[in-house]
Ligand binder design. Structure first.
Ligand SMILES: Nc1ncnc2c1ncn2[C@@H]1O[C@H](COP(=O)(O)OP(=O)(O)O)[C@@H](O)[C@H]1O
Ligand SMILES: [Mg+2]
Length: 364
């Protein structure tokens, strides 16, 4: 048996090599890696900002309690080696990679516009401004659902604003050098983002812009917006959508709620609801009779979805289901029966049955 003295007198250097998890993405602030210990989890590591540590905590504080189907869900927040680690649900890729590598079409575009509006509406209702809307911050899930991520530049409506929020190419005119802008800056960045989804290029091209003349050059390029948008090969209502979002005056830009209600991204999108153009037009015309402008888009969406579910669940003439679907949609969105439309007792009875079912297994 060897005694301690018999040990050879050599020292073996021991380096503990930290396990490097596979890199998923890297932005201006954090590094996102695949969590190999748990499936379907991405870990975003944010280094503590040495000059202003408070800034590091904004993203975890704002995003932690958000709960919306089109916003990346944060599962856990840890502190590790002086950095913050945010464990979040894992997506397939960002929208920039998706449009360059996968089959992308107008139906997906309309769906994404709607989902992004829905996420921003949720935030604005809670007085949260995202502050960095762009295609790299849109995560696409395996089923092509879009989820907004990256709250590193977010703020509350009542806070003093950061004049350097947003990527410079997506920064609204009123944000440059100002601490008093509002959620309409998200609407501007949304317009730039939708343009990029349509064309694969940036509305305000960063090419040739020197850091010291960023503001001047971007302002020069605002003059090109109209021509660039008109040259897009997309339906007119999408061009109008982008142009309304990129109005130079924030007060002339629509709010996210107005954009949702004007139906622009949903117009003619009957194919995604698995119905004919005639069926969709019929539902849309009935919806327009309900004089609740702000909610028409949402009533139409739920009514169309409910109608296609009802038609699939039942045999026979589907026409009566249009009224049932409208009744269902308006009771969900308006929390009342739409008094502008007359429904008979059979419609109400069927709607009640359907409403009790959707709590269980029908996704609307
Ligand atoms: N949950 C996620 N699932 C998949 N990829 C992600 C996820 N979160 C971020 N990414 C990828 O990592 C990139 C950087 O993440 P992001 O949160 O935007 O960090 P930063 O604040 O540094 O910009 C994104 O553009 C995206 O490609
Ligand atoms: Mg980012």
């Amino acid at each position: 048996m060897n005694s301690a003295n018999d040990k050879p007198n050599i020292s073996i250097p021991v380096h503990i090599i930290p396990e490097q998890k596979p890199l998923i993405g890297k932005g201006g602030f954090g590094t996102v890696r695949l969590d190999t210990n748990i499936t379907d989890v991405a870990t975003k590591e944010i280094p503590i900002n040495a000059s202003n540590p408070m800034l590091t905590y904004i993203e975890p504080c704002i995003s932690r309690y958000l709960n919306h189907p089109n916003i990346i869900k944060i599962n856990d927040i840890l502190s590790c080696n002086g950095n913050i680690q945010m464990k979040q649900e894992l997506g397939s890729m960002n929208a920039d990679t998706y449009i360059r590598t996968k089959e992308f079409n107008i139906t997906i575009l309309r769906k994404w516009i709607y989902q992004l509006l829905s996420a921003l509406d949720y935030l604005h209702d809670r007085c949260i401004i995202h502050g960095d809307v762009k295609i790299e911050n849109l995560i696409i899930m395996p089923n092509t659902t879009l989820k907004l991520c990256d709250f590193g530049l977010s703020c509350k409506k009542q806070w003093k604003k950061n004049p350097k929020a947003y990527t410079s190419t997506h920064r609204a005119p009123e944000v440059w050098n100002s601490t008093v802008w509002d959620e309409k800056a998200d609407v501007w960045a949304l317009g730039c983002t939708v343009y990029e989804l349509c064309s694969g290029t940036q509305l305000i091209s960063p090419v040739g812009i020197q850091p010291n003349q960023q503001e001047k050059m971007c302002r020069e390029r605002y003059k090109l917006i109209k021509d660039r948008v008109q040259a897009l090969q997309v339906p007119d209502e999408i061009k109008q959508f982008i142009l309304s979002c990129t109005d130079i005056l924030p007060s002339y830009r629509p709010s996210i709620k107005q954009l949702l209600s004007t139906n622009v991204p949903l117009k003619d999108d009957y194919s995604s609801f698995n119905m004919t153009q005639d069926e969709y037009n019929h539902i849309q015309n009935r919806c327009l009779l309900i004089k609740e402008g702000n909610y028409t888009g949402e009533i139409l969406r739920i009514a169309a979805k409910s109608y296609s579910n009802l038609r699939d669940l039942n045999k026979g003439d589907p026409t009566p289901f249009i009224d049932v679907a409208l009744y269902v949609a308006s009771s969900i969105v308006l929390r009342r029966e739409p008094t502008e439309l007359l429904f008979n007792s059979s419609v109400k009875a069927q709607a009640d049955i359907f409403l009790s079912l959707i709590n269980y297994d029908i996704d609307i």
